[in-house]
Design a protein. Sequence first.
Length: 475
Amino acid sequence: MTASFSKLALAEPLARAVAEMGYESMTPIQAQAIPVVLTGKDVMGAAQTGTGKTAAFALPLLQRLMKHENTSTSPARHPVRALVLLPTRELADQVAQQVKLYAKYTNLRSAVVFGGIDMKPQTAELKRGVEVLVATPGRLLDHIEAKNAVLNQVEYVVLDEADRMLDIGFLPDLQRILSFLPKQRTTLLFSATFSPEIKRLANSYLQDPVTIEVARPNQEASTVEQHFYSVTDDDKRRALKQIVRQRGLSQAFVFVNSKLGCARLARSLEREGLNTTALHGDKSQDERLKALDAFKQGKVDLLVATDVAARGLDIKDVPAVFNFDVPFNAEDYVHRIGRTGRAGASGLAVTFVSGSDTRLVGDIEKLLKRKIELEPMEFEDERPRGRINDGRRAWREAGEVGDPRDVLDGPSRDRPRRDPRPPAQPKDPFFDQPYQPPSTQEAPAWEAGAKQASTSRVSANIKTRRKLPALFKAG
Ligand code: AMP
């Protein structure tokens, strides 16, 4: 699809912003959705993040809002007229940043509210008046209850990543929020899939929606080299370290299915000398933004993330993606590996498959319409591993598999569900060894981790270890 933005007759301030962003042609979702949203119709769009979906709804909404633009400084003249709801803080922040860029040359004001940070600056911004409000449901309800946000003049509402919002359990919050909005409005719903639940939501809140579906990502990029290694749960970390070392990888994404597993894996890899950070819903907002920034700047080599935390994040062209856990949802496999091998660059996608994952691999085969060959993981340098295994066994017995509800990663404050209490941290004999000063001959960090690990040892390794050329480009 190569339709140009010039076909749309966008208002000059919007066209200028789009040109400044360097967009040359519309993406398929934009070509289909923008003309429909410009007419004010309800839309039900099946589109993933990364398809240009934000501009697909933001540009036409801004164009419509511009018809009654207000240059007055009075907050009363800037009521909330468009509301965009998203499931996670990162997505809300990202969409809000994009909206700000598109609205840069207009007089429309926008703001974002999400949980995990102080409400006061958000309140101050809301009190000044904003036309476009981007929010996560929990924090928005807090602002509604505190009377900081008044939604009775909303003309447009966007339920973005609606499937994820339902997955996380936001339906009651959404219903409450929608009850504050005028009945006469335009509703846009975007979702990766049109599940029966999504259809029910659409039936309740959309009027004669135009359905827009762009091709679902069921194709792997041909530039991604994919491997599925058969490996026990106990051996996954070792396999990961070996591949990182053998391939000389400078950076990689490591996907896990639960936020509990995410934090644990990141912690143990860090202890073993790999420069790692975790991205999941239980981190403070500040920590998460810092983690992302560090990764984008190449200060961190491994970013361990859950699907929800990583979804839609503007990080592209990572040299490798590891599926430490096989994703529960086959489409997430395509999302995950889509982080690598973009724009013709070659990428590596490695999936660790343990005994219980056979059905999930079957789902991926069905989606990709091809047979997946499981490869045996061959370890070099077999060391006696009794101690390590003992530690790992203790670790797993204490809940490594985790509560299935942990698969749903979302911001704690915004989550309507009760969080399971994390199990007490077991002692891991492997990591609880006394500190040994580093030998004069530096071993690569990942090998050192297999011998003796301690925080001090690890930081010494991080400082001295050879930095491989960064292949990574942040988007
Ligand atoms: P989204 O799916 O909205 O999160 O967009 C993903 C990325 O694509 C963002 O970095 C956008 O800035 C970028 N993008 C959106 N539309 C276009 C376009 N027409 N041409 C090039 N890049 C785009």
